[in-house]
Design a protein. Structure first.
Length: 407
């Protein structure tokens, strides 16, 4: 029998009492000094951290840095919280939970729990319960947006409050899981930087290596989209059809949508073979200029350019090189905002260093190993992180669920 099981058997064999958040903790919200956005409210001497929604990550974390600080002028008109305050995001990405690691000020889009109405409550246990509660709420809202939660709705949330010794043991167990995930995430970050370093080193050449336009060693095709109003083009489709957002997959083994033969025949998209490089011509935010490489035969929408190399260029070499050119590709397109765009002429005219094929293959063999470690969802660090996260969620749900004590 584990230590936790022994504690439960000894201290709460008949279940535990459930309490609402309003019964457990004092709740308030942060604020932003008005009028919003006054320039001299940021930074300067005496500035303090200002916690906003973006500072609270998807996984349960301690807030150890903020993207923004507010000035001495803004501080008297803002909500101050001491180190060790539990925060919950209430708008946008609802239900993210964190604990501050320093004195700070808090935006109005976060709920604040800095003091408790009951004595025997472990602050971190309370935070773990909130995170689990919101994860359930978001799972119920899958496929739709979880709307802003009001103070009244939030205060009615009920969580189990076992004896303090039980709470502390649960925190110890869950901390071990979160610390392991944090270590793996830090390792992944380090490996990505290492990959980028070696990629840049390996893909930097002297003047002896010729710079060649893509059109001189490859064919470039834009795709198209069958009419979405015609179900015959989409229902029970068998032809993989790739949209621009799917370039973020890196290596494309499957597509989110399929089109029918009739849909394919009634638009100008083209089938491209496996191991073709695909680059986003357009797309919101950071999508434009992102590169992927296909692992299956597929067709694409009009916001993607497929590049099919000849036998003088290894397509995986081109994939790694164009990944290193992300910022440059965005600069050659029409503007760096969300309205900018690449086109086939820009891609065809883009210069790529072409060393001998043997050297290309050597570079690919090195970079592919780094890429698999950093990005492969079946064998790399992301797979390990996902497995640990699922394991954590399984044990968290078991550890944080109790039989409710009856009167």
């Amino acid at each position: 029998m584990s230590k936790l099981e022994e504690l439960i058997k000894q201290l709460c064999p008949n279940g535990v009492e459930y309490k609402t958040l309003d019964e457990i903790a004092n709740y308030r919200r942060g604020s932003f000094p008005q009028p919003y956005g006054q320039a001299n409210w940021y930074g300067g001497e005496g500035a303090m951290p200002f916690v906003q929604v973006a500072d609270v990550k998807e996984t349960f974390e301690l807030v150890d840095e903020t993207k923004q600080t507010i000035s001495v002028l803004a501080q008297p008109k803002s909500v101050f919280v001491p180190k060790g305050t539990v925060l919950v995001t209430l708008q946008g990405t609802i239900g993210r939970v964190a604990i501050t690691q320093y004195d700070s000020y808090v935006d109005r889009t976060l709920a604040i729990f800095e003091s408790f109405k009951i004595d025997k409550i472990n602050k971190k246990y309370f935070a773990y319960q909130l995170k689990a509660k919101f994860d359930v709420e978001k799972e119920h809202a899958r496929g739709s947006t979880l709307k802003t939660i009001t103070k009244e709705e939030f205060s009615k949330f009920k969580i189990p409050v076992p004896p303090l010794e039980v709470q502390c043991e649960i925190v110890r167990i869950l901390d071990n899981f979160t610390e392991l995930t944090a270590e793996l995430t830090a390792e992944l970050t380090a490996r990505k930087k290492q990959y980028e370093y070696y990629r840049d080193e390996l893909l930097t050449f002297d003047d002896s290596v010729p710079m060649v336009k893509i059109e001189n060693f490859a064919k470039c095709y834009a795709g198209a989209t069958p009419s979405t109003s015609n179900p015959e083009y989409w229902d029970n489709g068998t032809i993989p059809w790739m949209s621009s957002g799917e370039v973020n997959k890196g290596k494309v083994y499957e597509t989110d949508k399929m089109i029918t033969k009739l849909g394919y025949d009634n638009c100008s998209t083209k089938l491209v073979p496996p191991h073709s490089v695909v680059i986003a011509l357009a797309g919101q935010g950071k999508t434009r200029g992102t590169v992927a490489i296909t692992q299956i035969e597929l067709c694409t929408n009009q916001s993607l350019c497929s590049i099919i190399t000849d036998n003088t260029v290894n397509s995986y070499y081109l994939f790694h090189y164009l990944k290193s050119q992300y910022q440059q590709l965005r600069q050659v397109s029409s503007g760096d905002g969300t309205r900018g765009g690449l086109n086939l002429k820009m891609i065809n005219n883009y210069l790529v260093p072409i060393p001998p094929l043997e050297e290309q293959e050597r570079i690919v063999s090195i970079l592919d190993r780094f890429d698999a470690l950093c990005n492969d969802i079946s064998i790399g660090l992301p797979a390990e992180i996902e497995a640990r996260q699922k394991q954590y969620e399984y044990y968290r749900d078991k550890l944080l669920t109790f039989k409710e004590k009856t009167a």
